[in-house]
Design a protein around this ligand. Structure first.
Ligand SMILES: [Zn+2]
Length: 307
């Protein structure tokens, strides 16, 4: 029916007409579409087989390729499927199925040979792509309409899970031996008889030749800074910011060990500076490197680095 709803005067006469069927337009579905909608109401999606054994979803009464009538065989498909093509709707209109941005997509349900057009409720267009796996979100109350499927939603492919790892490190025999020394206020090194090199911390095999190290040696707690770094980020092990960490070649050792340098302004630390370990009080010591508070300058003249 045609209803003139608005007439404006003036010299040019215009009128807006609205065509609608306020009560809805009832028509029969026919056996094929009827079966499809009935299955939807029951939460299933079916297609119909063509004479050449393809599955049309949604079902049609006639094969669009051949024009032949389809068979009477219905097969359940999906409910999951794969997006073939899609278009993003940024500003949904009043009569659109969702009130937030969504995608119209052609979706080929598993087992179907044709694609059906429906809505994909994706977070944003970046979440859309051809090949995206989706499955239907059914309405709780279904009446036998294509909108019984509220929309399709992407499969869950990732989760956000809290990560926390707690682990206990077990020092090997060599490190345990070294830490026992540190607890007693001495540095234990390993001497390789083959290379005649002294390694600190103590180790069981020579990194140079692979020989078993059989001789344990105590080296001095004095040494020379070979390289150092000034750190401006707080570190729980460091006394203050900035702090200095350095490679220190202990007297009698051939390899440097890494440690903190303290009791000296960071900008005064230099290569060749002579230092001595400052130990925490014996009563506070454990089997840990923290027994060494840091290395502090001895006041001796700087060492020649070549030596
Ligand atoms: Zn060796």
């Amino acid at each position: 029916m045609t209803v003139p709803s608005d007439v404006t005067g003036n010299s040019e006469l215009t009128a807006t007409h609205v065509l609608e069927f306020p009560g809805g337009y009832t028509r029969t579905t026919g056996p094929v579409i009827g079966r499809f909608l009935t299955e939807l109401r029951d939460g299933r999606i079916v297609g119909v087989r063509t004479a050449d054994q393809r599955t049309l979803v949604p079902p049609l009464e006639y094969d669009p390729h051949t024009g032949d009538a389809v068979t009477e065989e219905f097969v359940q498909v999906g409910p999951a499927g794969t997006v073939a093509e899609w278009v993003w709707v940024d500003s949904p209109r009043r009569n659109h199925p969702l009130d937030r941005p969504f995608a119209w997509a052609t979706i080929k349900l598993d087992g179907a040979d044709t694609a059906l057009v429906h809505v994909v409720d994706a977070e944003n267009p970046k979440a859309m792509r051809a090949g995206l796996r989706v499955r239907p979100r059914w309405r709780a109350e279904r009446v036998g309409q294509i909108t019984d499927i509220e929309c399709f939603v992407p499969d869950v492919t990732k989760i956000v899970s809290p990560v926390r790892a707690e682990y206990t490190l077990k020092p090997g025999r060599a490190l345990t031996r070294f830490l026992e020394g540190v607890r007693d206020g001495v540095f234990l090194a390993g001497h390789c008889a083959t290379c005649d090199k002294v390694y600190v911390p103590y180790r069981l095999a020579c990194p140079g030749c692979g020989s078993l190290i059989e001789e344990e040696r105590q080296v001095a707690d004095t040494g020379t800074i070979t390289t150092f770094a000034i750190n401006n980020l707080p570190d729980p092990r460091a006394p203050q910011v900035p702090f200095v960490s350095a490679y220190i070649l202990l007297d009698g050792a051939d390899t440097p060990m890494i440690a903190l340098v303290g009791d000296v302004p960071a900008h005064e630390v230099r290569q060749g500076m002579r230092v001595r370990a400052v130990w925490v009080p014996e009563s506070e010591r454990t089997l840990a490197m923290s027994n060494i508070k840091w290395f502090a300058p001895t006041g001796e003249p700087d060492a020649e680095l070549e030596n």
